[in-house]
Ligand binder design. Structure first.
Ligand code: RFL
Ligand code: PHB
Length: 398
């Protein structure tokens, strides 16, 4: 098999990249190790920055998002049994965010790709990227045989460029020699227990709550489905929490002095996500480019992961179009540096939001008071609040 751009991974990064390239008349092949149903069901992000919304619309993938997505003009910070609303448009000159789940973005992009785009192969697992430094990098992959007997075959995809959109656990990053790479990492001694519940959201905007017992987040998937998270100790198994305990703990952490009520409903999904910050530099080696979670991870508190993935693939697609139109590799050469500038801003914000709102095990009373003082500062200073609103709604794409 031969193609211009070999894309490893059909998460939001790989799927959107295939769409952007298709729209620019550049062919690609997407290899995805899992099956379609798995990719479409994997519960993850929920918040799209304004820039991401604009990109999806311009790519012709925004139709259902515009019908079913929920535009949000603010979030609530909850601490010390008080509530403070951050008004995004008022603080940022009109910007807002969209609540539209990653599962739905992926479903929309998969449907478009299968209808109009190039090959998207499910159950095709990349094994290695070879000869990334040459003019003709290759992806070796394993796929299900056509006879349906469960046997696996190996194939080779020859490319002009390979983009590794295969997430944190993928293989693309491994093709960058260790001697040329640097990884920056931080893990956190807690994770998020996330639930989906068949109950209308208890509030019409997201609520980020800081409590002495730990962080809690109220989000949503639709007007009838709530998505909620609880900070739990590192290594917690979702099975350790029964439904009654989850609701009782959520109620404690969201409690306010003004009698706000949390609505309960049947829990349909439960899982624990670990928290980590990670950046791999550089994001390019020869003709291999890394995008999205393959190159960087942020803790979910700032809702930045998917949006960063979008920023990366937009940067790559523009650089490749520039190369084709002008013959200049200037933007491709600048790829890693341009992406990393944005990535580190998101790392900073996600780290700040995480340390602002979570209770670290063994935190001292002094640290607790500092956290409250930081929240108080946001609630009382327009410039501190603006800083949060600007970062949350997203830095403009270059
Ligand atoms: P993905 O989504 O992990 O997709 C990678 C794809 O590559 C496939 N793959 C391979 N395919 C072929 N060969 C191989 N060898 C392969 N190895 C892996 C995988 O099966 C998969 O399909 O990476 P991508 O595209 O970079 O997208 C990144 C986002 O998924 C991620 O950053 C966000 O989900 C993070 N995130 C959030 N981001 C936001 O912007 N807003 C949010 O509100 C938000 N909330 C979250 C989140 C992530 C969470 N979890 C579970 C990590 C909430 C949670 C709970
Ligand atoms: C979500 O809805 O899954 C979500 C929302 C905001 C976050 C993280 C996750 O910061």
């Amino acid at each position: 098999m031969r193609t211009t751009v070999g894309i490893i991974g059909a998460g939001p990064a790989g799927l959107l990249l295939a769409r952007l390239l298709h729209n620019a008349g550049i062919d690609s092949v997407v290899l995805e190790s899992r099956d379609r149903a798995y990719v479409e069901r994997r519960q993850r992000a929920g918040i799209l920055e304004q820039g991401t919304v604009d990109v999806l619309r311009a790519a012709g993938a925004g139709e259902r998002m515009d019908r079913e997505g929920l535009r949000h003009d603010g979030v609530e910070l909850r601490f010390d049994r008080r509530r403070h609303r951050v008004d995004f448009p008022a603080l940022t000159g009109g910007r807002s965010v969209m609540v539209y789940a990653q599962t739905e973005v992926c479903k929309d992009l998969i449907a478009l790709q299968l209808k109009e785009g190039g090959p998207l192969l499910f159950e095709a697992e990349a094994l290695a990227v070879e000869d990334a430094e040459s003019e003709r990098p290759r992806v070796r992959f394993r796929y299900a045989g056509a006879d349906g007997d469960g046997s696996r075959r190996e194939g080779v995809l020859e490319c002009d460029y390979v983009v590794g959109c295969d997430g944190y656990w993928g293989v693309a990053r491994k093709a960058v020699p260790a001697s040329l790479s640097r990884a920056f990492e931080r893990t956190y001694p807690f994770g998020w227990l996330g639930i989906l519940a068949d109950v209308p959201p208890s509030h019409d905007e997201l609520v980020y709550a800081r409590h002495d017992r730990g962080f809690a987040l109220l989000s949503m998937r639709s007007p009838s489905v709530s998505r909620l998270y609880l900070q739990v100790p590192d290594g917690t198994d979702a099975g350790e929490w029964d439904d009654e305990e989850i609701w009782a703990e959520l109620e404690r952490r969201f409690e306010t002095a003004d009698g706000w009520r949390l609505r309960r409903g049947p829990i349909t999904q439960k899982s624990v996500t670990p928290m980590r910050s990670f950046v791999h530099e550089p994001m390019r080696h020869g003709r291999l480019f890394l995008a999205g979670d393959a190159a960087h991870i942020v803790p979910p508190t700032g809702a930045k992961g998917l949006n960063l993935a979008v920023g990366d693939v937009v940067t790559f697609a523009r650089a490749l179009v520039h190369r084709r139109e002008t013959g200049s590799a200037r933007l491709l050469d600048a790829y890693s540096e341009s992406c990393l500038r944005r990535v580190w801003q998101a790392e900073r914000f996600s780290y700040d939001m995480t340390t602002l709102l979570h209770r670290a095990p063994g935190a001292t009373p002094f640290e607790d008071r500092l956290q409250l003082a930081r929240l108080e500062r946001i609630a009382s200073s327009r410039s501190a609040e603006t800083d949060l609103a600007e970062a949350y709604t997203g830095l403009p794409f270059q």
